[in-house]
Design a protein around this ligand. Structure first.
Ligand code: SAM
Length: 262
């Protein structure tokens, strides 16, 4: 199964089941609308919105929701920014357009590694729950290219060195591979010095174990081992963005554990 098939078929089934479970009988649109009022029904939604509030929007800001899925964050942004959503899955974009027809022209099917926007186009990019599915070196270079000087990018991901006692992270890694879920780990220690050439790091959050993100338990200082991470960066100036490999489909933790087993 290629990645488009996965996101058009398997993930649509999964997401529909999650939102159906969270539905309170008033329908999914009503549930998403409630998100903006603080009545969160899907795990992770409240924490995502809290993170986005750190970004200090201006009404005129052009914002890209990179890998927007069903556009669930559109209701939060519609009052505070000029919202664009891209996703490689046409099924996701169709559903976003069905839910929010007033923004139809700004929901676009596109691969994050090849964005159909001019250099410096956006003031803000959020890449939430998507980076681990991307060809990361290309994806980050594209985000930087399309952000204006001084613009802000928020990225979340999974670290290649997570604690060996984090069974849940290990189980999730194996399960993703079995399902064919595109899943890449970031070597954050390799990424940060490269990123600092092009951007200032405004905020960093490191979540030790799987599950800490929804509890909002994080450290602002990087330790040796952690699982999820969030970076909020500000682009310095426009140039060519090149990254040496900092991501892999297998975590370092998985490799260590499997070498130990054999
Ligand atoms: C886990 S979902 C998160 C969706 C959304 N950000 C949210 O939190 O509701 C990942 C989304 O990223 C999209 N995606 C995965 N890889 C992508 C890529 N390389 N370029 C653009 N979108 C991608 C998938 O189709 C899916 O909609």
């Amino acid at each position: 199964m290629n990645r488009k098939e996965y996101w058009n078929e398997e993930y649509v089934k999964y997401w529909k089941s999650v939102t159906a479970e969270a539905d309170d009988g008033e329908g999914v649109v009503s549930r998403i609308e409630k998100t903006t009022r603080g009545d969160y029904k899907v795990p992770g939604e409240k924490e995502a919105i809290n993170l986005f509030r750190c970004l200090q929007y201006e009404k005129s800001d052009k914002l890209l929701d990179y890998g927007c899925g069903f556009g669930r964050f559109y209701p939060f942004f519609r009052e505070i920014s000029n919202y664009y959503g891209i996703d490689l899955s046409s099924a996701m974009i169709q559903e976003s357009i069905r839910l929010y027809p007033e923004n139809a022209e700004q929901f676009v099917v596109a691969e994050g590694e090849d964005l159909p926007f001019e250099d410096n186009f956006f003031d803000k990019i959020i890449c939430y729950g998507v980076f681990d599915a991307c060809y990361q070196e290309k994806a980050l270079a594209e985000m930087l290219r399309c952000t204006c000087e001084g613009g802000i990018i928020l990225v979340t991901g999974k670290n290649a060195d997570y604690p060996e006692d984090d069974e849940q992270a290990f189980i999730a890694e194996e399960a993703a591979r079995k399902k064919g879920h595109p899943n890449y780990f970031t070597d954050v220690k390799k990424l940060i010095p490269q990123l600092e050439r092009y951007a200032d790091i405004k905020q960093e959050r490191f979540y030790r174990c799987r599950g800490d993100f929804v509890k909002e338990e994080f450290s602002s200082t990087m330790s040796d081992k952690f699982y999820e991470w969030v970076l909020i960066i500000q682009k310095k100036k426009h140039e060519e963005y090149k990254f040496e490999g900092f991501s892999d489909a297998y975590s370092n933790t998985w490799r260590i554990k499997n070498v130990c087993k054999s």
